[in-house]
Ligand binder design. Structure first.
Ligand SMILES: Nc1ccn([C@@H]2O[C@H](COP(=O)(O)O)[C@@H](O)[C@H]2O)c(=O)n1
Ligand code: CDI
Length: 160
């Protein structure tokens, strides 16, 4: 039995914050703003996983009004979500993600992101695909105001 989920998230770019995407710190003049470390890609994957198991979204499980999640490491939030997926008896099929950013260039960091996401989800790197695209300078990502990401996840029910 299969379950699919999709995720989408956006965070604003601002000065004075580190840029953390897919669990990797990327050298850049700005970082993403959020209650947590604002790792837009890990949030997107967490939302896709929660969607696949019918458990709502990360705001429901980790509210941004809760001081416990202030500056939270999104890797830990995703690991918690992955525990929920495993408790429901699912394994990862595959994940496909897109980071939507005019700058910086993500290509040099994609391999490390895939490795880190695979670690967090106890999967093989071959099960994780991360892509990046600009919006050809159009809209808020194109103006460099923020970064968005999208993900689709396929889960497979463990055999009894
Ligand atoms: N922030 C980004 C955006 C894109 N890339 C890579 O460049 C390729 C071309 O991007 P277009 O938006 O012009 O289609 C894209 O396929 C990515 O490989 C990137 O590394 N970082
Ligand atoms: C992760 C949480 C919790 O710290 O905060 P943010 O970093 O603001 O991220 P967002 O994607 O807006 O929503 C989920 C939040 O509840």
């Amino acid at each position: 039995m299969f379950r699919i989920g999709q995720g989408f998230d956006v965070h604003q770019l601002t000065e004075g914050r580190p840029l953390i995407i897919g669990g990797i710190t990327i050298p850049y003049e700005k970082g993403l703003l959020g209650h947590s470390d604002a790792d837009v890609l890990l949030h997107t994957i967490a939302d896709a996983c929660l969607g696949a198991i019918g458990e709502g979204d990360i705001g429901r499980h980790f509210p941004d009004t809760d001081e416990a999640f202030k500056d939270a490491d999104s890797a830990k939030l995703l690991q918690h979500v992955w525990m929920m997926v495993k408790e429901k008896g699912y394994l990862l099929g595959n994940i496909d993600c897109t980071i939507i950013a005019q700058k910086p260039k993500m290509a040099p960091y994609i391999g490390d992101m895939q490795t880190r996401i695979a670690q967090l989800l106890e999967a093989e790197t071959s099960q994780i695909n991360v892509k990046a695209t600009t919006t050809e300078k159009l809209g808020f990502p194109g103006r460099g105001e923020g970064i968005a990401s999208q993900a689709v996840v396929l889960l497979v029910k463990k055999q009894a």
